[in-house]
Design a binder for this molecule. Structure first.
Ligand SMILES: [Cu+2]
Length: 209
């Protein structure tokens, strides 16, 4: 049953059930028609609202079916707000990981105007810190050899690289040894090394107030 017809059905129920002429059968039948429509509607709304959260879950390496089930279950339990902030321009719902990072376990560097991420060299094929939280407006400086470890804004998804041209990290940054990016607004910003992403050289900045 579609949305607009549901409204008509509800008003019919109210009218018919207070009118003795109508039998119990009619009331019961209408109630049966209306009730499932409400349930279906929330399910459908969750499916729409949680698309990004599901994609992010998959991008973080999760199996699509499992990501879908978990995300939709959370949406039905906690309401649509559970998926309201799933896009890369907002924060992740807790429990969802991207590039091996999850906001609640990420290094909390909020409140600092400037943060440095080191990579390569003595650290090997990784970023330090790899998973971190910063406040909106923070300047994040990546320090290391970009020619060996080109930096790209984006996520690793199902074993593949998914560059995000809209990421403040953009990229690839493949020359020089230091580059500073300003992260202006609350966002989930995964990044990776274009050469070593698939062997785990990746991370994510969670920008949160
Ligand atoms: Cu690398």
């Amino acid at each position: 049953m579609q949305g607009p017809r549901r409204g008509a059905g509800e008003s019919t129920v109210r009218w018919s059930c207070s009118t003795p002429v109508w039998s119990f059968v009619a009331c019961a039948l209408l109630a049966l028609l209306v009730a499932p429509a409400v349930g279906v509607s929330l399910r459908r709304q969750c499916r729409l609202a949680c698309k990004d959260a599901i994609n992010l879950c998959v991008a973080a390496g999760g199996k699509r079916g499992r990501c879908r089930r978990q995300t939709l279950r959370r949406c039905r339990r906690e309401g649509l707000t559970a998926c309201g902030g799933a896009a890369t321009t907002t924060t992740l719902p807790s429990g969802v990981t991207v590039n091996g990072c999850e906001p609640t376990s990420a290094t909390d560097l909020r409140g600092r105007p400037q943060v440095t991420v080191h990579f390569g060299g003595a650290l090997g094929l990784r970023y330090q810190p790899a998973c971190f939280q910063v406040s909106p407006g923070t300047q994040v400086t990546f320090s290391g050899e970009f020619d060996q470890h080109p930096l790209v804004g984006g996520a690793i998804s199902g074993g593949g690289k998914m560059p995000d041209p809209s990421s403040p990290f953009d990229g690839p940054t493949s020359t020089g040894t230091s580059k500073t990016f300003t992260l202006p607004v609350a966002a989930t910003l995964p990044f990776y090394c274009d050469v070593h992403a698939l062997v785990g050289m990746k991370g994510a900045a969670f920008v949160a107030p």
